[in-house]
Design a protein around this ligand. Structure first.
Ligand SMILES: [Mn+2]
Length: 359
């Protein structure tokens, strides 16, 4: 028997989801990638596609709001993703919309508000599987499991419940293993985050058995940078504002905000594949005393996307700041969008961080 950390209650929900999937009236299933997809979004969706196909279901994957990054195109099955967003998709063709790694409906699309069931297909069943604490459970069936590092880690246990593996008729494949691994590896910061458990390492071991070249997939992922990424990194790391805690709160150290204005993006000729808030944050927070760090990117003029990280999630819960700014996330890593010009956005974020975490 494989190690499985779903709670009894979650196992019941997993079985419920399976019943819906196996129901004769379920033929066609829709999957999507979230805006600015990360490897957990892609890996979850692609692994699920192979699992559902092994059950004889027809699966369609849409790229969603963003173009799938070139650096992810070597994930097995990635070339079958349709370049269209939710509102460009004819939902009458589907029986189930299986929504993965998406903490809110804005992670399905940011183009317009989303209402379920959609007007054009009142019979569309929505199933949400996710690991974000901010997920309110907006589907017909919701499996929100916070004990997992990544959505692919939840799927690993769900696939056992579904009999995709761990039974004599093993349908687990190299393609499923590879896609589950990319999500597990990246959402755990390469097995570095505090929330990593023995289950994460156990899962990695099982996946390795199915694809001993699993490490090559990560090597390719981490060595697919564009020239634009290096230009972005250089400027982002040099443009930063350092804010110190007040004299009375000296022990709290400092917080740092790096930024990339819309005009910088235009001047360097960057495209959205070129930047990544997390990378800059990880470098900034490696400095002793820089306890909260933020990367702010103004992709669209007047709209600033913020990534928050901390080197000490016990002392500094950055999700609190993100929520106050209209976003969400985890204690150690969160995000938000501020609709202001960059200078005002920096001031607004700095004030919020100072009030919430440094005073
Ligand atoms: Mn995730």
């Amino acid at each position: 028997m494989h190690k499985n950390i779903l709670t009894e209650e979650q196992k019941v929900i997993a079985k419920q989801i399976l019943e819906h999937l196996q129901d004769g009236s379920t033929q066609s299933i829709l999957l999507h990638c979230h805006p600015s997809p990360d490897p957990d979004s892609l890996g979850s969706v692609l692994a699920t596609k192979f699992a559902l196909e092994s059950m004889g279901k027809k699966v369609t994957i849409i790229a969603g709001d963003s173009k799938t990054p070139d650096a992810f195109m070597h994930f097995p099955g990635a070339n079958e993703i349709l370049v269209q967003n939710y509102f460009e998709t004819d939902v009458t063709k589907f029986d189930i919309f299986l929504i993965l790694d998406s903490g809110s409906t804005s992670m399905i699309s940011r183009k317009a508000p989303i209402v379920f069931p959609p007007e054009s297909n009142p019979n569309l069943k929505t199933i949400v599987i996710d690991h974000h604490a901010s997920n309110t459970g907006y589907g017909d069936i919701n499996l929100i499991a916070l004990q997992y590092m990544s959505t692919t880690e939840i799927l690993f246990d769900i696939f056992q419940e579904w009999g995709i593996f761990g039974t004599t008729e093993n349908k687990f494949s190299k393609e499923i293993a590879t896609n589950l691994y990319v999500g597990l590896f990246t959402d755990s910061g390469g097995f570095r985050y505090e929330r990593v458990t023995d289950h994460s390492f156990y899962m990695a071991g099982v996946l390795y058995e199915y694809n001993p070249s699993i490490i090559d997939v990560i090597t390719t992922l981490e060595n697919s940078s564009s020239k634009g990424f290096v230009d972005y990194l250089g400027l982002a790391l040099s443009q930063k504002k350092i804010f110190h805690a007040s004299e009375e709160k000296k022990e709290k150290g400092s917080f740092v905000i790096s930024y990339m204005k819309h005009e910088d993006i235009a001047r360097l000729g960057l495209v959205s594949d070129d930047w990544n808030g997390g990378t800059v944050c990880n470098m900034l927070k490696s400095v002793v005393g820089w306890n909260v760090v933020v990367m702010m990117i103004e992709e669209v003029s007047g709209e600033v996307k913020c990534s928050f990280r901390t080197r000490d999630a016990k002392e500094f819960d950055v999700s609190k700041v993100a929520v106050l700014l209209g976003g969400g996330g985890h204690k150690a890593a969160a995000g938000a969008m501020i609709k202001k010009p960059m200078d005002e956005a920096i001031e607004f974020a700095a004030e919020t961080i100072r009030k919430e975490l440094f005073s």
